[in-house]
Design a protein around this ligand. Sequence first.
Ligand SMILES: [Zn+2]
Ligand SMILES: [Zn+2]
Length: 303
Amino acid sequence: MKRLRLRVRGQVQGVGFRPFLHGLAHRLALTGWVLNDGAGVLAEVQGDALERFLAALAEDAPPLARIDAIETDAIPAQPDETGFAILASQRGAVTTGIAPDAAVCPACLAELFDPADRRYRYPFLNCTHCGPRFTITRALPYDRPQTAMAGFPLCPDCAAEYADPADRRFHAQPTACPSCGPRLSHSIAEVLAALRGGRIVAIKGLGGFHLACDAFDAAAVERLRARKQRNGKPFALMVANVASAERFVEMEAAERALLEGVARPVVLLRRREAPTLPASRALSLINIRCCRHRAQCRSPSEP
Ligand SMILES: [Zn+2]
Ligand SMILES: [Zn+2]
């Protein structure tokens, strides 16, 4: 029987790496442990399937992970060891990083709109593969007490999911639900009514505030421009999804992939010609416009 000590470097904290290693070790009947420390992930694994373990480590890593290096050392086996454990993190000199925030994943989105789910319409839902990371992390190693979620103790249901290796929220540090997590200070209906009334709303989100107004309300857009002293620079248009965006802009596969990627960046796209654009005055103000590098590009001052 062999035992390996592994050091994994890269973007390996806040990406579900510990639960991933736990599941992998369990499937391959390996024993040992894993923990986060200042340098990344440290683990010891023991058993007969170590080569398969290392291959899977590189090939099946969680979607948000980026492995820069895996260092292995053969160490003496511990014949009496049983099981595989996720151990408490070790503090020390920090040389690793934290994952950026990731957009809500398809599994969480399905829960968000499922009336039978206990997180139905809960805006702060997240899991091992999505949700806030960098924005909520105060210090590494990445653990809930070192994040903005420290003040929200898990309810029994969330604690059970967190502790269940078969659950997709196993060891998800920012996990939350309506009974234990953060709540909105104003209802969505209130915010919607304000937007429809032509008001500007500051929405606290990951990494800062969104100043939002109704993009179809030319007066509201003008007022936002005046307050921001932002006469020409484009505003981003917020849409629910790619299907909504396609009403206003044209897009190619690469652009669609960007819009649906975990980073969900603001993407410059080619505006569709009228008449698909209602209230084109407001839309021209928010400048959905094409990228400068495209032949069909036009300046925002053109009609
Ligand atoms: Zn998720
Ligand atoms: Zn909960």
